[in-house]
Design a protein. Sequence first.
Length: 668
Amino acid sequence: MYFDNLLIYACLCSLVLSAYTGFQPAAELNTTWNVTNETQATNSSLPALRHQIKCPSYPLLRSGDQISLEEKNYVMHRKQEAKKHVVDLFTRFSIDEISSAFFDNYTPSIAISLSGGSFRSFLTAAGVLEAFDSRTPGTTEYGCLGGLLQSTTYMAGVSGGSWLILSLMQYDFGPISELKSNGSWKLNSSSLRGLPELSINFKDSQRLLGDFPTDIPTITVKTSNSSSSFMVYFKSLFRLNQLKKSSNEMDSIWNEALQFYETLHEEVSRRKQHGYKTSLTDYWGKAIGDIIFSSSGPHDMTMSGARSLSSFKNHTLPFPIILTNSKNVDKSNEGHRRIFEFNPFEFGSWEEHLKAFVKLDYLGTKMLNGKPLTGLCTIGYDEMTFIAGTSSSLFNSILSHLWKYMAKSKKQTYDSMKTILNVFGLTSCEDINANKYVSDYALIYPNPFYGYGNTTLSSTIRNSTDLYLVDGGEDENIPFQPFHQRTRSVDVIIAIDSSSDLDNFPNGTNIGFTSNQYQSSKSFFVYDEKRYAVFPNIPSPDLFVENKLNKRPVFFGCHIKSAYKYLGEASKYSNETSESWLPPLIVYIPNTGYTTNSNKSTFKLSYEQNEMAMMIENGYSVGTYGNNSYDQSYFQCIGCAIIKRELDTTGRDIPDTCQKCFKNFCYN
């Protein structure tokens, strides 16, 4: 019975594969779609309309020297909304010499960065934000950090961190204390039905994409019966609790899996039917959305459409940014800086290879050098599920692991599983057919930056009709780059690191990698007539662990002259960077096990309710340094970190409380 069901599944996959070709000849946009007026389209409800409208009169693409006027306007109103929460927060902090008058003409710009790490990051960050949320019962008591979320200007996420931000947007910035308990997050259902949990980290997955690892065992099948031999292997992929199920229960599991993948295919097919190229990531994004987005709401909600949410209209939502990376950029020639961002208004990159942004509403419009080729523009391309998948393309790593694992098994097993995996475009190198191979990168077609720019740096993007995007964690697994843009004027970054550097815990590798990138780049700032690299010095992973910086919060960039790499006297160089600007101080908060073992595998795709609750509870402790149990002044020290750049800029004396905090928490 099991094998019969599997064959049905394989047949279905074959049918899907025959209908699904990812790398097709460039499809022409459907010019027969209905044309509506611009006002109707831009004031549309949240679901993606995915049709064409008359192009607006204003430019769709701009150079990336400043933030957009729309973002500037939103942030201005956001900080006005945040001010009262900042004052309440600092009243509770009771830092000497810092009264409400300190904020009469100043509101700090606080950014929260959520790292990648799949659901480990999602749940840990959820716990941290719950601790920072004044709507969480008990968080506004003395010594607590409730209200910090309401005081925040920006939020950025990669991979699992981006899922949390997008989910909060979809639920109109509802409190995590409610979302975690009302069934909003269906993490007890695996995002990939029918596939086993894999206890490997991201680095291992990258190794699996290369040569065969030496530690993978050969599958030995002792029976000659083909059906039995297949099931011996297939059963070995499943968890023990699944093996104990009866045949009826297994039938039910397979029926559920079949229905899941059928629905997945139907949803992605609709995107393809409109002339878009699709990729593996389209499927992955839909699978993620099935778990973290509302079951009653539209799965095709767009990020630009989220501007219709009351939390956005009322400016109670910190401005959200989702990071991804481009595969078009030749990283060997361009310093590995391949970062792109999505925000509710735009999509683009601050990096020198592009330095341009396109209106997010019109992503999917065929353009040349920033101008539409026809008078019709596409809307509805920027589905949140697509963006969630784009920032977290670990889907291909999971299936690649299965591919490598089964490659040494019996031919009959190999062929059967190959049929199933081929539905997702996962083929071995020798099987790739250029006309049918499905991209394992997120694919934006048409490339909105086609023909834009005239430098050598921009050529790899300018000359391609397709734009390939991958997991944002492949460059910065913690989003720092968006908040090191002078135009955003961020004072402090609160960075939640749930990376899997060592035993699925962080050890400073990712923040150190970012520091090395900035220090080897041309970016610098001027302070006291001296030039410094824009990112603070970070110790090596060995020193990081030796000093236990991976077990507690630590502040980087406190003391400018000792915390940043000195680059020389400013007078020896041009005055192009003479504007007053200091890079943000970084409050680095690593995931560690306070109340539970929180080092879950990146590839753990399902959590029972009690597991989810324990991870969020531990995240709460991560954000509060064990509820202040390790240092009772921790909550005040967060306040000191928030205002440090204002003290640096104005030259005011540092309060005694803050001097003690910086002695305890600052590195260098």
